[in-house]
Write a protein that binds this ligand. Sequence first.
Ligand code: LMR
Length: 332
Amino acid sequence: MFRSCVAAAVAALYVLAAPAMAADGEPVVIRFAHVVADDTPKGKGALLLKKLVEERLAGKVRVEVYPNSTLVGDAEEMQALFDNKVQLLAPSMSKFAPYTKKLQVFDLPFLFDDAEALQRFQKRDTARQLLRSMADYGVYGLAYWNNGLKQLSATTALRTPSDASGLAFRIQPSPVLEAQFAAVDATSVVLPFAKVYESLKAGVVQGAENPWSNILSQNMHSVQPYITESNHGVLDYMLITNNEFWLSMPFALRSELEGIILEVTQAVNREAAAVNQRDRERILASGSSQLITLTTEERQLWRDKMLPIWNAYEADIGADVIRAATTANRRR
Ligand code: LMR
C-alpha cells in the first residue's frame, strides 16, 4: 500500500515536470486541466476537443484531460500554466482577478440580461481584445466558453436581499464578488471549487452562487435546501494557453488546432444553456431543494443593492468596456 502510494506520488510529480513539447516524431502533448466534472459545459468541451484531436491529428497531437482538480486545483492552475506544466486551462473569469482587472467586467452583477447578451458581447471587438488581457503573463486567450447564469443557494430561503444578511457565502477569488455579497450585508469566504461541497456540508459557509450544472455535478443541492433562481450573474470561462508553448508548434499544426477549438467553442456555447436547463430539472426532480422564483419587484431589490458595484469598479474595468457589455443587452 505504502509502495503504491509512493509510486503514485512519483508518477504525479513526473506528469507535472514533463516537458510539453515532444521529441522529434512524437506527438505534442497538451494537458488540459480543469476543476469541474466531465458532464458539464466545460467538461464536455474538454472531452470533445480530445476526441476531435484524436480523430484529426492522431500521431501529431495528444490531448490529456484532467477534470475535477485531479492534476491541479484552481489555486494552482494558473501557475502551472505559466510554468508550462499544463498547456490548456479554462478558468472562470473570476479566477483572473488576481492578474488583470478588466476581466472583472464579467463578474459585475446583473450586467447581462441573459446568456444571449453575453454571447453577443463576446463576439464584439471589445471582448475580442479582452482575450489578450493576460499577455503580460505570457498567456493567450483562445476562446470564450459559456457555462450559465448563476443562482443563489443557501440554508435559508433568500427572497429579498435582507434574507442574506449575516450569512457567509463561498466566493471565487474576485473583489467584485466580495462586494456583491457585502452589498447585501453578507460575508464571503474565498474557497477553491473542490472544497465548496464539503464547506457547505460542514456549515463553514451557508450559501454559494453557481450555475445549475455546477450545483448538480458537485451535489451541492443535497446540502442547500433553498435555491433562488436569481440569474444575477454569469459564470463564463476563457480558454487559455501558454503563449510560448502555443507558438512553438508549427504554424500548420497550430492552425488545425485553432480550427478544432473554434468548432468545439461553437458546440460548447450552443449547448451550455441546454445542459443547465437539464440540470435544473434534475435538481428539482431530486426534491432536495425548494426553488424560489423571484417576482420582478423582488429581483429589482437585489439589483438595486448590487448595482452601485458597477460604479465602484468602473475605473478598474473601464467605462468603455462596461458600456460595450450593456449595449449587448439590446439586440442589433
Ligand atoms: C467556481 O470556482 O465556482 C467555478 O469557477 C468552477 C468552474 O470552473 O466552473
